[in-house]
Design a binder for this molecule. Sequence first.
Ligand code: FES
Length: 333
Amino acid sequence: MSISHEVILQPAGGRFRCEEGQTVLEAALAAGYLLPHSCRAGTCGLCALPLVAGSLEAVSPPPAEAFVPPAGSCLTCQSRPRSDLTLDAPQMGAEPGQRTVTAGARVVAVERPSADVAVLALQVPPAAGFRFQAGQYIDILLRDGARRSYSMANAPDDEGLIELHVRHIPGGRFSEHAYTRLKPRDLLRVEGPFGSFGLRPGDAPIILLASGTGYAPIASMLKTHGDEIRRRGATLYWGGRRLQDLYAVSSAEAWEAAHPGIRFVPVLSEPDNGWQGRTGLVHQAVLDDHPRLDVHEVYACGNPLMIDAARQSFCRDRGLPEHRFFSDAFLPR
Ligand code: FES
């Protein structure tokens, strides 16, 4: 008989059961409690929560670069309950949200709009009940147990359609396959949705900041909340090394043309010959254009180094309140 334990998230009182073999994080996500997390490998520290009561065991020997949580806290991605638990998770509500789903996804189409980006259209069977919100991501589950995270680039779709933008990393465990061999009718295994990145309600003018395939969740937000974003006024800064890195530049230009109130600023750090547009680092273009950012909200996606630089300089040098900088950073792998 398998043994399960109850986990309580205080102070709101959300509760779920953790089955034998599940980590606390896996069980929470499956139950619809989107605990903060990123790497699931014990290295980023985002999933650390204070343990109020109960006992835990580690799932495996910690990796060499393991994050060491503060005393009295645990990494929920690396811990299994040995008893019922109470965790301190003040950001979680009492009721679960959207449950994560693990399902097969059929490849519907593969486009390769540039030398190193593949745009995938996947179909999850509608009966799987997969739903997402603009800005969220899914994991592609690989045969060896590894997983790769990609943001949805389309608007939420009740029929289970998903669009992903995959940057080709030579030798990358999934991206190499996606770019070179993946074809329509192939089957992938996906789990999601995950993440809390997405447009917050309000009136603040918006900076959308993307590098490379970080454009994907921004595209989803534009497709879903285009009228709201236009009402608030927004500038989309999209950076790459060369023009081909901005693999959907015509769709971004179309947004600008069709939605007065949304401005598009492409920025190249290694510009092609004849490039007449902005050059340099994409976050620097924002700094150059905005002496102050105190009334703005910033939504940043893409390279973690760009996101760190943007967060630091926007908050330190332009007065952007920390709580109005929202980001979703993925390492291309
Ligand atoms: Fe990164 Fe747990 S999710 S350490």
